[in-house]
Design a protein around this ligand. Structure first.
Ligand SMILES: CCCCCCCC(=O)SCCNC(=O)CCNC(=O)[C@H](O)C(C)(C)COP(=O)(O)OP(=O)(O)OC[C@H]1O[C@@H](n2cnc3c(N)ncnc32)[C@H](O)[C@@H]1OP(=O)(O)O
Ligand SMILES: Cc1cc2nc3c(=O)[nH]c(=O)nc-3n(C[C@H](O)[C@H](O)[C@H](O)COP(=O)(O)OP(=O)(O)OC[C@H]3O[C@@H](n4cnc5c(N)ncnc54)[C@H](O)[C@@H]3O)c2cc1C
Length: 647
């Protein structure tokens, strides 16, 4: 019935203050109030309706997205939600909260602006950022090519300096050098930060960033020498097809020399290449920035799926009825809890590790300003590793939440198929997850190899300083509740990570060619990197379900024995019983509106069945009793079969 809270009985079980937890989840009271205000504004604005997307064709879907993005920007300005332009996140965050589907604004604010902020000189920032902040130009991040994405050093687009005209000539020498994938590129962006090989006087100086105008600001037509378009439909129906991921080729396009982003390296008027003594990898700074954002995004995506699956698991009853009584809530099945509650914990864990990573990123950015590069490797390893870990776990977690909802989880009206389809490319974009874990593995192996030189490991590898102790470590857990002691859990995770890293380093040392060894042992190295990244999350938050999931590692590395493993599992079951009465309250604390969740199964009031039934009839297929095509194709078939049967 309308207006009845079918989950009130669950909410009454909560053993903590949900309103306080809402503040914890949001980060602060003002963040809570801002996000609460925006989400209610969006939910009440008909422009941002979401229930029609599944039935739209690609062009209508895209046009609808442009309409939403334009309206969102207007609302951000009208409501004066746009804080100091230099504070980037609020703009991107606010717009994404309004539009809530992939749109060109994600890349304008999420990559184009940060690239100029991070790699542009002060003069370049003064020229380009005000245009971008006021959206007088719309930008994208054009790095990936048809032939290269992971291997940035393999990019083929060229930027050749012409001293006669003081320009760079941007060119796509091969088909595989076509820019391919950049979001917002296909139909909307007027400008791009283009990553190309800097060529001066025949010498190749590697990949650098260049600001290139792509389209006229008058008629939006591509400028001379520019061929540009959309790369076509992507995974899922609506999903990422609201975004114009594009293809772009250059035919000797000229740009002024001052459009090379020159904070890290410069080219003088005379064509001299100047590379201040900073790591060349600073040119990758935008990717590092986005990877740390993606970790926070993972907690949002996973929490949406967990909210839907938790509320529905409390509503759904199946089996267990005695003498005609109520059947059992599926959330009471231990199997449902063992699949759902670790994801509930993960959503919170990723939220908090995302906060920590933002601190780390902010710290390294401040240090870079002072030319202190000491924590750059740590920042790269942590952003790469946690981006990989959290996106893999979130993509798998959203799919698990679909399965936790049974058949109804497969309906678009559950919100889960679209959430999955929009989310899964996060395992690929901003760095393929395996490629990034191999970067972490390089960092770990290098750390282990430097221990013998007296090099003191710092930051998240500091535990390696206790290698001797960790290699002797064996857990002294005697009873299940011993696993509730944070230091007991932490030591087990440290020992496992240390032993897996050392085992890889020792095996690598058997190869005369280290690179060959690295390739041969890549799968083991990835597992060691995962163990290290899980330790980072654990040292910031949660653990036992991970320990249970990776019990093989813990036992094979000798950190714990099977008995201790079963005690951990026993403690896990105890914890599930403690989570159970708080489960619905824990997902209420995310403070998601029904509009934002876009899910009948995840409705706040739990009024699922009447709404599922009501929604079904809205499907266009139900516009007619007899479906189009029946009379042309099926009726003749039936009649023919009937005639055949009478013969
Ligand atoms: C809402 C969100 C929307 C997002 C939309 C998606 C947008 C995108 O996808 S944009 C495109 C993203 N593309 C990528 O992420 C490409 C991934 N590839 C890369 O980052 C690089 O090619 C990479 C790191 C794998 C290899 O780089 P490469 O220059 O070959 O370096 P490599 O030879 O491996 O390492 C050299 C050194 O640089 C270091 N290094 C590499 N990258 C970095 C970095 N980012 N920061 C600091 N150091 C780095 C390495 O650790 C290594 O250090 P050391 O010498 O001490 O061992
Ligand atoms: C939705 C979406 C949006 C995107 N938006 C943008 C954007 O705005 N701008 C932009 O520039 N790019 C964008 N991209 C491109 C994206 O960044 C790349 O696709 C991504 O970096 C992966 O690179 P790749 O496609 O070359 O994968 P590949 O590297 O070709 O991966 C293929 C397989 O090879 C494996 N592999 C590759 N190298 C190694 C290795 N050394 N060792 C072991 N295994 C390896 C990978 O693990 C993977 O299994 C987007 C992509 C998607 C899907």
């Amino acid at each position: 019935m309308e207006g009845v809270d079918h989950l009130a009985f669950e909410r009454n079980k909560a053993q903590f203050d949900v309103d306080e937890m809402k503040i914890v989840w949001a980060g602060s009271r003002e963040d809570f109030e801002l996000s609460d205000r925006i989400s209610r504004l969006v939910a009440s604005d008909p422009v941002f309706r979401k229930d029609d997307r599944a039935a739209l064709g690609r062009k209508e879907l895209f046009k609808n997205t442009l309409r939403k993005a334009a309206h969102a920007w207007k609302r951000v300005i009208e409501l004066r939600l746009s804080g100091e332009f230099s504070a980037l996140e609020p703009e991107a965050y606010k717009l994404r909260a309004f539009v809530d589907q992939p749109a060109f604004t994600d890349l304008h604010w999420g990559m184009f602006v940060p690239a100029i902020q991070g790699q542009g000189t002060d003069e370049q920032q003064q020229k380009w950022l005000p245009l971008a902040y006021r959206m007088q130009i719309i930008g994208c991040y054009a790095q990936t090519e048809l032939g290269h994405g992971s291997n940035v050093q393999g990019l083929e687009t060229t930027a050749t300096f012409d001293p006669k005209t003081d320009e760079f000539v941007i060119h796509s020498p091969t088909l595989t050098s076509s820019k391919w994938w950049p979001g917002g590129l296909g139909k909307v962006s007027t400008h791009a930060v283009v990553y190309a090989r800097l060529i001066i006087d025949g010498q190749d100086y590697g990949v650098h960033g260049f600001i290139v105008q792509l389209r006229s600001l008058d008629d939006h037509l591509p400028l001379p020498g520019i061929t540009i378009g959309d790369i076509g439909m992507k995974f899922g129906n609506a999903a990422y097809n609201t975004m114009d991921n594009g293809v772009l080729t250059f035919d000797h396009v000229r740009i002024p020399r001052n459009q090379m982003l020159m904070r890290v390296s410069q080219v003088t008027r005379e064509g001299k290449y100047v590379h201040s003594n900073v790591p060349r990898q600073l040119v990758y700074g935008t990717m590092v920035y986005v990877r740390q954002k993606i970790v926070a995004d993972a907690s949002v995506a996973l929490s949406r799926a967990v909210c839907i699956a938790t509320r529905y698991s409390a509503v759904r009853r199946q089996f267990g009825s005695h003498n005609g009584g109520l059947e059992t809530q599926v959330i009471d099945y231990k199997t449902q809890q063992s699949r759902l509650f670790p994801l509930l914990a993960s959503a919170y864990a990723f939220r908090f590790v995302g906060e920590w990573l933002l601190w780390l990123y902010t710290d390294v950015t401040e240090r870079l300003k002072a030319k202190d590069f000491s924590t750059l490797p740590e920042a790269h390893a942590c952003t790469a590793g946690l981006k990989s870990l959290t996106t893999t776990a979130t993509a798998d977690g959203i799919e698990e939440c679909r399965k936790l909802c049974g058949g109804h989880g497969y309906l678009c009206s559950s919100g889960l198929p679209e959430l999955f389809a929009v989310y899964v490319p996060a395992c690929t974009y901003e760095g393929d997850n395996i490629v990034l874990l191999l970067q972490v593995a390089r960092h770990l192996v290098k750390t282990v190899s430097q221990l013998s030189t007296g090099n003191k490991p710092v930051g998240t590898t500091a535990y390696m300083a206790r290698l001797e102790q960790l290699l002797q470590y064996h857990s002294d857990v005697k009873k299940a509740e011993d696993w509730l002691k944070p230091n007991v859990v932490l030591e087990a995770f440290e020992a496992r990570a240390a032993r897996m890293c050392v085992a890889c380093a020792q095996n690598l040392s058997k190869f005369s060619n280290p690179e060959e060894g690295f390739q041969e042992l890549a799968a083991d190295l990835v597992e060691a990197a995962v163990a290290h990244c899980q330790l980072i999350v654990v040292s910031n938050v949660y653990a036992l379900s991970l320990l249970h999931k990776h019990l093989g590692d813990f036992i094979s590395t000798g950190c714990i024995d099977p008995k201790q493993g079963s005690l951990a599992n026993e403690q896990l079951r105890n914890l599930y019983s403690q989570v159970r009465p708080n489960a619905v309250a824990l997902v209420d604390a995310y403070n998601y509106t029904d509009h934002y969740l876009g899910s009948i199964l995840g409705r706040y009031d739990g009024n699922v069945y009447p709404k599922l039934y009501e929604e079904a009839w809205k499907d266009p297929l139900n516009d007619s009793i007899v479906p189009d095509g029946f009379k042309e194709y099926i009726q003749p078939l039936l009649k023919q079969q009937l005639r055949n049967a009478r013969l």
